[in-house]
Write a protein that binds this ligand. Structure first.
Ligand SMILES: *Cc1c(COP(=O)(O)O)cnc(C)c1O
Length: 440
């Protein structure tokens, strides 16, 4: 493992005589995280003006600062104000700008919470907030409202109602450990949790969302991986935003996880000034594949308070997707999503490839601008579907075929349901009908 000159200098500043052993110890890294302006000022090369220091002071009163020494060491001090690591880690006074459409909980996670620490939004999966702590406070955090709540590290006891809820709801087949960062838990606490979830027979997969491979790769120890291995299938989605973050130490952490059988994915956030560039995202996604990480989502920046300076128009995301699809390996292409304000969940967005349509032909275009036609069958006998899989020629033959009725757009498309439109509750036009003689 590397321990370069810059890292030695930072280690020495934070603790006299600190050596490579300590630097690689994740708990040492957390204990020596930079959380105050005095600590930040002591770091060689990060000379801020007194105006900047004042701004910083006001900002961290509202949104606290915490950076691991490792992540801080990645900042290029020759041009630190434009550095992608600096911009994600060090507060700016623009965080205090509040736009009229900003929200403290734009995704309504607190409203969709049937048990403490649990968000149940989709039919078959839940988000389980098992820790409110992170090793670094990302400036672009969507849960900024909760950052730094030091009292809220739930104990195993406090997580019981959520585990009970998962146990009682057989439709939950996917449990996503999130937070904060679940890997802030000690190995033995995390294992207690994984074991309790694994014991629930209808839970098929467990996912972990963690930024540790990026901001504190030393957390990924052989011991941790050996423990995770016992609870497969486990998927881990991490959070690289810029190719510069894929250091050799990060790559080793990812290799260890992949060798341990953990399936790796990445969720990036589109951030103005950090990665809002087709070439940066393309390079990031390609480099992730070389580290055995599959790009999963590219998020449009949420409407959380304090993020105005990071937001791009949706058009920037579409432009980036346009530059990926077809131009590079399909494996390197994430799904671009907007997480719907109000709790509607993730909505995928793509450039348009379907140009026109008739009864037996579609007109499509490819990434190069080639316009082509696809001839559809003149006669197609659709299989009538009333969800009675027993009688169907298509052999689903699941021993526990899903029996629930179709929802949403799926319902409009189904044969068995006569719904012809979906109308939001409280639609005024529909409410007015009760006043109309024909319907009253
Ligand atoms: C993102 C998210 C999930 C997981 O969604 P996938 O599309 O399956 O990755 C689950 N619950 C909540 C509340 C989420 O925000």
């Amino acid at each position: 493992m590397s321990f370069n000159h810059r890292q030695k200098t930072i280690a020495e500043t934070l603790e006299k005589g600190a050596d490579i052993e300590k630097w690689q110890n994740w708990k040492w890294q957390i204990r020596h995280s930079i959380t105050t302006i005095e600590q930040l000022e002591s770091i060689e090369g990060l000379e801020l003006t007194s105006e900047e220091l004042n701004q910083l002071e006001i900002t961290i009163e509202k949104f606290p600062l915490s950076v691991t020494p490792y992540y801080l060491s990645l900042i290029d001090i020759d041009d630190f104000r434009n550095d992608p690591v600096y911009l994600q880690a060090i507060p700016r006074s623009s965080e205090l700008i509040r736009a009229p459409y900003d929200m403290t909980d734009p995704l309504s996670e607190d409203k969709d919470s049937p048990a403490p620490y649990l968000t149940h939004r989709y039919p078959d999966r839940v988000l389980f907030h098992v820790s409110n702590l992170c090793s670094m406070y990302c400036r672009h955090c969507t849960r900024k409202r909760k950052v730094g709540d030091r009292d809220s590290i739930p104990s195993f006891e406090q997580l019981q109602p959520a585990i009970q809820y998962i146990r009682e709801h057989e439709g939950i087949r996917d449990v996503l450990l999130s937070g904060g960062d679940p890997l802030m838990l000690e190995d033995n606490k995390l294992e207690l949790l994984l074991r309790a979830i694994r014991e629930i027979s209808h839970v098929e997969i467990i996912r972990i969302g963690s930024r540790m491979p990026v901001v504190l790769p030393y957390r990924i120890t052989d011991k941790l991986v050996a423990m995770l291995k016992k609870y497969q299938p486990i998927f881990l989605n991490t959070h690289f935003n810029h190719p510069r973050e894929l250091t050799s130490v990060s790559r080793q952490a990812l290799a260890r996880l992949a060798d341990g059988g953990v399936v790796l994915g990445n969720q990036s956030v589109l951030l103005a000034g950090v990665n809002d560039c087709p070439r940066i995202i393309k390079r990031l996604c390609q480099k992730l594949l070389t580290a055995r990480v599959r790009p999963y989502y590219l998020y449009q920046c949420d409407l959380s308070e304090g993020l105005t300076h990071f937001r791009t128009p949706v058009g920037k995301g579409i432009e980036i997707m346009e530059s990926l699809i077809g131009h590079t390996s399909g494996l390197a292409v994430p799904t671009y999503v907007v997480d719907a304000p109000g709790g509607g969940g993730k909505i995928p967005i793509m450039p348009n490839y379907l140009i026109s349509w008739s009864t037996n032909k579609v007109v499509l275009r490819n990434y190069e601008g080639v316009i082509t036609t696809y001839k559809e069958p003149d006669s197609y006998e659709p299989t009538f579907c009333d969800r009675n899989c027993e009688e169907c020629n298509l052999q689903l033959k699941l021993n526990d075929a899903e029996e629930h009725s179709p929802i949403g757009i799926q319902r409009l498309l189904s044969d068995e349901d006569s719904t012809i439109s979906l109308t939001p509750a409280g639609n005024e036009r529909i409410n007015r009908r009760s006043l109309c003689p024909a319907t009253a």
